[in-house]
Design a binder for this molecule. Structure first.
Ligand code: ATP
Length: 303
């Protein structure tokens, strides 16, 4: 089939500017208050008619991406096809630029991207609500990848309320060698909480952080960033403390672990400082590579 009949979708990575974790629920998930911000690092997902469902992937981390039906992009195509009684004969190609297993929702991005691409390819015209419902079945972070911008996620993170962002934020992301498993980080969070015997707070969005986003106020955002999973990620990967220190020493106004890590995120005052911090982080030898990106970024978009 000609590539011209394919549909290509661009999907952003995310950083959690607040990740507030409550107690584990009977279903094993944790109640969260999660403030997502989409950042301008993207995967591109292209779907093309084919004889059978097939997934291919290119990019620096491509060898870590499963190409079978466990790939979130394949699962998205299968879920949409099942709802509409369609045979999902598509080739899904992922051009991967989002670090794999980095706490930046790369797999979720591919799920949302494939879902939108298949919806367009099969001319289903699903509403955003219908697509968001399928996204929530695929994973807690998938609805946000579709939506982009900024949003508060509650429940296990999948119940979203879009948020206003009044300016551009400049970030540096330090990509670590190897990934961290999100379930393993949550298990470590539970272990640390139990060992301390401290009661867990009910997760709520920080009003000061919401106001900082609304105003586009970098200084206010820098003093309100928080990630309850950071301690667990550092406990599993103590060397991340060196990366956080290197970025702060280089001029970042704030540093935190992105989601479940091991990617670390650095907020900077402007683009120029971001470039300097990225250079210093790369030179520090405390990460594999450092990437500059801005937020907010648009959600899944057909290109
Ligand atoms: P999150 O931030 O949502 O917790 P993450 O960014 O830490 O996720 P992902 O890059 O989404 O992690 O990958 C987690 C695991 O999911 C990978 O190790 C891989 O086995 C699996 N996976 C399934 N589909 C994909 C995909 N399309 N891209 C990357 N990983 C995928």
């Amino acid at each position: 089939m000609s590539a011209r009949v394919g549909v290509r979708v661009r999907v952003p990575a995310k950083v959690n500017v607040q990740l507030s974790v409550g107690a584990a629920r009977p279903d094993g998930f944790h109640d969260l208050a999660n403030i997502f911000l989409a950042v301008g690092l993207h995967d591109e997902v292209t779907v093309t008619p084919a004889d059978e469902l097939r997934v291919t992937c290119e990019g620096p981390d491509a060898d870590q991406v499963p190409l079978d039906r466990t790939n979130l992009a394949a699962r998205a195509a299968l879920a949409l096809a099942a709802r509409h009684g369609i045979d999902p004969r598509v080739h899904i190609h992922i051009a991967k630029d989002i670090p794999v297993a980095g706490g930046m929702a790369g797999g979720s991005a591919d799920g949302a991207g494939a879902l939108l691409a298949c919806d367009v390819l099969w001319q289903l015209n699903s509403s955003q609500r219908e697509l968001l419902d399928i996204c929530a079945e695929l994973g807690s972070d998938v609805p946000f990848s579709l939506l982009g911008g900024a949003a508060l996620g509650v429940g296990r993170g999948e119940q979203l309320t879009p948020l206003d962002v009044g300016g551009t934020f400049h970030w540096v992301f330090a990509v670590a060698d190897g990934g961290l498993s999100t379930p393993a980080v949550f298990r470590e969070f539970d272990r640390l909480a139990e060992a301390e015997g401290a009661g867990l707070h009910a997760p709520v969005a920080d009003p000061a952080l919401l106001a900082a986003l609304r105003k586009g106020d970098v200084a206010a955002l820098s003093s309100t960033l928080s990630n309850d999973l950071q301690r667990a990620a550092l406990s599993l990967r103590p060397s991340l403390a060196d990366t956080l220190a290197a970025g702060t020493a280089a001029g970042a106004v704030a540093a935190l672990v992105s989601g479940s890590g091991p990617t670390t995120a650095f907020l900077t005052e402007d683009q120029e400082t971001a470039t300097q911090v990225a250079k210093a982080l790369t030179a520090s030898g405390t990460c594999r590579t450092a990437r500059v990106a801005q937020s907010p970024a648009a959600g899944a978009t057909v290109v």
